[in-house]
Design a protein. Structure first.
Length: 110
C-alpha cells in the first residue's frame, strides 16, 4: 500500500488503463480513493451489482457501476504529446508543486 501524501493521478485527469480486461482504454478519473490507493475511471472496469427490491412497487434490479482500479494499473495521459507518461513533480519559485510530463517536459497542472 502506498498511502502517499502526493499522488500522480487527480480527479478529472485523462488516464490510460495498463492491465486487466480494459487495458488500452482511455477514460476520465471520477474519484481518487486514497485509503485504497485506487481510482474510479469513467466507463472503465464496469461490474454488475444486484439490488434487492425495497418495496412492492420497486422491483430488484441489476445495476452496472464502475469498480475501483489500482493506481499502479493506470497511467496519466499528457495533453500535449497525447501519450501515456510518467510524471515528475516540480516545485516552482512561489512554492507550488506542479506535475510535469517526463516525455515532453510540459506542465500538466495549469
Amino acid at each position: 500500500m502506498f498511502h502517499n501524501s502526493t499522488y500522480h493521478i487527480k480527479k478529472d485527469d485523462k488516464v490510460k488503463i495498463l492491465t486487466g480486461k480494459d487495458s488500452g482504454k482511455i477514460g476520465k478519473v471520477l474519484k481518487v480513493i486514497k485509503k485504497k490507493d485506487s481510482a474510479l475511471v469513467e466507463k472503465i472496469n464496469i461490474v454488475k451489482r444486484h439490488s434487492k427490491s425495497r418495496a412492492k412497487d420497486r422491483p430488484g434490479e441489476i445495476v452496472e457501476i464502475e469498480a475501483p482500479i489500482h493506481l499502479s494499473n493506470i497511467m496519466l495521459m499528457c495533453d500535449k504529446c497525447m501519450k501515456p507518461s510518467r510524471v515528475k513533480m516540480l516545485r516552482l519559485e512561489d512554492g507550488k508543486k506542479k506535475r510535469v510530463c517526463k516525455n515532453c517536459d510540459e506542465i500538466i497542472d495549469k
